[in-house]
Ligand binder design. Structure first.
Ligand code: MG
Length: 180
């Protein structure tokens, strides 16, 4: 998608992503690029990483690019069992091509089990790594689906803020460190 004048003028852009996957036996549980020990994983054509899919759609939405399903159709055997980090990488490339980088991201995960708390730090670090930002720029909350009758599914909501990249800063070579 060509960058429009409107995109060139805007200092910040916001994106929102949502995804849900059903739990399935016999597959590993992958959330935010981390494999979690659990008796079930998430079904899906790719690795079923519900959080990375929502992050990918938030990034794509922020630059008004086609969504994850349009770019990586489940009907394409090429994406069977694919690492969802590949989808996120393509979305981030489009963000960079449009002249933006990620300012921060905030995510909510809704699932009955397993508990996300013990893994939250590792998930934030991995998502930050994939987004090329510091872990302080990735927020993650986990909720149980009270009253939603969602025991067999995991849901992710994500918002992302993009900021205009400074071309001078992006081109700057790293400073040589002076010995003291
Ligand atoms: Mg998905």
């Amino acid at each position: 998608m060509p960058t429009t004048n409107r995109q060139r003028r805007t200092a910040t852009r916001i994106g929102y992503g949502f995804d849900s996957h059903e739990f399935r036996e016999g597959v590993p549980l992958k959330i935010g690029g981390i494999v979690l020990a659990h008796n079930k994983g998430l079904g899906g054509h790719s690795d079923g990483d519900v959080l990375l899919h929502a992050v990918t759609d938030a990034l794509l939405g922020a630059v008004a690019a086609p969504d994850i399903g349009a770019l990586f159709p489940p009907s394409d055997p090429k994406w069977k069992g694919a690492d969802s980090a590949v989808f996120l990488g393509e979305a981030l490339k489009r963000v960079h091509d449009a002249g933006y980088s990620v300012a921060n991201l905030d995510a909510s995960l809704i699932l009955a089990a397993p508990k996300i708390g013990p893994h939250a730090a590792a998930i934030r670090v991995r998502v930050a790594q994939l987004l090329e930002v510091h872990a302080d720029c990735v927020g993650l909350k986990a909720k149980t689906p009270e009253g939603l009758n969602l025991e067999d599914a995991a849901v992710a909501h994500v918002v992302v803020l993009l900021e205009k990249r400074s071309p001078t800063r992006a081109r700057k070579k790293p400073k040589k460190t002076r010995r003291r």
